[in-house]
Design a protein around this ligand. Structure first.
Ligand SMILES: Nc1ncnc2c1ncn2[C@@H]1O[C@H](COP(=O)(O)OP(=O)(O)OP(=O)(O)O)[C@@H](O)[C@H]1O
Length: 255
């Protein structure tokens, strides 16, 4: 019997090619080329200061690279401002929560729709209906009317993801979304992310919870001192001598 054809290699929806970012004499991101594929969760890990957030900032247009390119769907978007990238389907969350603390969970999500509409990118969105859908989808219905200042950090992380979903992104960049979550919250969160990827979203996950990364990600890129030191499956990453060396004295790379 003939063995089945291997699935065709998918072109990444989002790519960085040779991206370099310098702050004075410090090269925070050094010639980084990574891909983030539709329908998959791609991990981006590395010790503190490795350059993960700087790479996210470059992908979303908050940081201009000294060299290299960012491509979305094969188009060079390196010179586009953040709002244009958002309109092309890019959404992110922030490591330091960037929510409106004195607004309710519901209003934090709503406001993303209002802003998108005002910027001309969310025409046709029924913001109220979409907010309700997202509250259900993300399991936030029970706290919808609480102010964000009154909810635990772990759930506020989910509010950030919920807000990012308002614009129906094609690419979702998550910067330490599980930080501050309880074990149970992380379990529910893992399910949410798996579901979002199954809907076709290209998810890129920066996360220090390595067991979570190993569980969710098909491909993982490892940064150290701004450079990609390994890319591969969770198993390949766990067995990589470079990765083990980079993590010695910091965190366990084996779940
Ligand atoms: N705005 C900035 N100005 C100067 N240096 C910066 C700036 N932002 C980041 N850096 C430096 O760039 C390097 C990479 O930082 P970055 O925050 O991207 O790392 P990270 O991998 O996200 O770290 P962490 O896991 O701690 O969040 C560090 O040396 C950091 O001090």
């Amino acid at each position: 019997m003939q063995s089945p054809e291997p699935p065709p290699l998918q072109t990444p929806l989002l790519e960085t090619r040779g991206v370099t970012v310098r702050f004075g004499g410090n090269t925070a991101v050094n010639d980084v080329s990574i891909g983030v594929t539709e329908g998959r969760i791609t991990g981006l890990i590395g010790p503190n200061g490795a350059g993960k957030t700087t790479l996210f900032n470059t992908i979303t247009g908050l940081q201009r690279p000294a060299a290299g390119r960012v491509l979305l769907d094969g188009e060079d978007i390196t010179g586009l401002p953040p709002a244009r990238r958002a309109r092309l389907g890019m959404a992110r969350t922030f490591q330091r929560l960037e929510l409106f603390l004195s607004l309710s969970v519901r209003d934090n999500i709503r406001v993303a729709g209002d802003i998108a509409r005002a910027a001309g990118g969310g025409r046709g969105i029924d913001v109220d209906r979409r907010t309700d859908e997202i509250l259900d989808r993300t399991g936030l219905r029970d706290i919808a009317d609480l102010d964000v200042s009154d909810i635990p950090t772990g759930r506020a992380r989910v509010v950030e993801v919920a807000r990012a979903l308002m614009t129906s992104p094609r690419v979702l960049l998550l910067d330490e979304p599980a930080s501050g979550q309880t074990e149970r919250e992380t379990e529910a969160f893992a399910e949410l992310l798996t579901g979002l990827a199954a809907e076709g979203i290209a998810v890129c996950l920066v996360e220090h919870d390595l067991p979570l990364v190993m569980k969710l990600c098909g491909t993982i890129h490892v940064l150290d001192y701004g450079k990609v030191i390994a890319s591969g499956t969770p198993k390949e990453i766990q067995e990589s001598p470079e990765v083990i060396a980079a993590y010695i004295g910091t965190e366990e790379v084996t779940p």
